[in-house]
Design a protein around this ligand. Structure first.
Ligand code: FES
Ligand code: FES
Length: 210
């Protein structure tokens, strides 16, 4: 006995159609993956991520407050801070982990926020440069930067401050050489390095423990 076709069987895709559709989608993704070098690796990654991932809610504890954002899992902590939470003190320099301008503290440890996914920072204490001062009272290192001219254009300064605070609390500020070594991930195009070291030295001498 022959089976009667279901009334809407004509609308169902055939196995061939499904195979063609699958090959088209896979080809699209493959095309992105194999795009010529004119398209940067980061742009290809972003394009691929957009195709396969959606927006979700994230809760971030920043400078003591819980903040909720809607973001894709691919969003970096740097972009979440700057573009979703308007915390623009943290700077984007290279966006590739090379300059330190984006340094923030996560559970007291410094990280390059451009290389950290926001979703991975959930449930952790995030401290940005906006969280250093207590009301009108500057953090001792902020004051020392002013006293020692630790900046010129100021673009690298938030990252230098966050890294400097960590350098002090980690116990790496015992000598100028040690400070230079442990601050070497933070670049300053204005060349304020001697003044930055002087500022950290002064805070260390004052007995600051963090
Ligand atoms: S912006 Fe993150 S290291 Fe340069
Ligand atoms: S103060 Fe200008 S880059 Fe450091």
């Amino acid at each position: 006995m022959l089976d009667n076709p279901t009334p809407d069987s004509a609308a169902q895709p055939s196995a061939d159609d499904s195979r063609r559709s699958f090959i088209k989608q896979a080809g699209g993704l493959l095309g992105l993956a194999l795009a010529p070098p004119l398209v940067s690796q980061a742009e290809r990654f972003t394009a691929l991520s957009k195709k396969v991932e959606g927006v979700s809610e994230m809760r971030l504890k920043v400078n003591g407050s819980i903040r909720t954002i809607q973001a894709e899992p691919r969003v970096t902590l740097l972009d979440a801070l700057r573009e979703r939470l308007d915390l623009t003190g943290t700077k984007k320099g290279c966006d590739h982990g090379q300059c330190g301008a984006c340094t923030v503290l996560v559970d007291g440890r410094r990280v390059n926020s451009c290389l950290t996914l926001a979703v991975m920072a959930q449930g952790k204490e995030i401290t940005t440069v906006e969280g250093l001062a207590k009301g009108e009272d500057l953090h001792p290192l902020q004051q020392a930067f002013i006293d020692h001219d630790g900046f010129q254009c100021g673009y690298c300064t938030p990252g230098q401050l966050m890294s400097g605070v960590a350098c002090l609390t980690e116990g790496h500020a015992k000598t100028d050489d040690s400070v230079r070594e442990w601050m070497s991930g933070n670049l300053c195009r204005c060349g304020a390095y001697p003044n930055i070291v002087a500022a950290i030295r002064e805070v260390k001498k004052s007995g600051f423990k963090g």
